[in-house]
Design a binder for this molecule. Structure first.
Ligand code: ADE
Length: 250
């Protein structure tokens, strides 16, 4: 999958994409990440990409010309032939695991990082989706773009060592993930649960499912309304005091 990131601050991406799992995925040819500096698509001496807002008020607004120029040069003149273009903005739909999985189906995805007070409204005619990473405002859309690339890349086969892992993680199953343990067996008087040493695969799976349910009920009970629960799941939750909501989204 190819990512094209349009930004005023390409330097922010250096390091983040050059280490660990993303770098390995790039080396393996599973993903390509191209950053494009919007300043390279200006024609004035100072490479200005922002201007004051019409109507007055504080802050600066990203100018439309460099953005249109960059998108048309890099993604092509024909909107029908372009990959989807995501704008990172706190006004967008809140990013989640389903969106990450969906974007990961695309062979190519472009991301435009919003900045300053906002972008000129006419830029929205280029954009196919607006995405927020949460209900708070960051200094710019670069960190959200990194979050998107990282979360989407994990769903591309081969990027994460264990192909099943992204689909078993917290949120991917609709539940929070069960606890994990590794050696040593006992650490500062805290022992690994015996069931994990039993070698009994079915029992271990049931324990993990139950601990997932327990954790989700405690921390994110809202998620339980959106997940398919078996009778065994429901019985376990009831033992913990869960009362089934009459309104289910499943
Ligand atoms: N830009 C600033 N804040 C943001 C957010 N929460 N999500 C996406 N883009 C942003």
């Amino acid at each position: 999958m190819r990512f094209d990131v349009f930004t005023l601050f390409p330097g922010m991406f250096v390091g983040v994409f050059d280490d660990s799992i993303l770098q390995r995925a790039r080396d393996a040819g599973l993903i390509e990440i191209h950053t494009h500096n919007l300043r390279d698509f200006t024609y004035d001496k100072h490479h200005v990409c922002d201007d004051t807002p019409y109507g007055g008020g504080g802050g600066m607004v990203m100018k439309p010309e460099p953005i249109f120029e960059a998108i048309e040069k890099v993604l092509g003149d024909d909107p029908a032939q372009r990959p989807p273009l995501v704008l990172t903005t706190p006004q967008g739909r809140v990013f989640d695991t389903d969106m990450a999985r969906e974007f990961a189906q695309q062979p190519r995805l472009a991301i435009l990082c919003g900045h300053y007070e906002g972008i000129d409204e006419r830029v929205r005619t280029l954009v196919t989706a607006e995405v927020s990473i949460g209900d708070y405002v960051l200094t710019g859309g670069e960190i959200p773009a990194m979050v998107l690339v990282d979360a989407i890349a994990r769903f591309i086969p081969g990027v994460v060592g264990d192909p099943g892992a992204p689909h078993q993680d917290s949120h991917a199953t609709g539940l929070l993930e069960h606890p994990h343990y590794t050696r040593p067996l006992e650490f500062r008087a805290m022992r690994v649960p015996d069931i994990l040493l039993s070698g009994h695969h079915a029992n271990i799976e049931r324990w993990r499912r139950n601990e997932s349910l327990r954790r989700t009920l405690k921390r994110r009970p809202d998620l339980l309304r959106q997940v398919a629960l078996s009778e065994a799941d429901k019985n376990f939750l009831r033992e913990l005091g869960w009362v089934e909501s009459p309104i289910s989204n499943v």
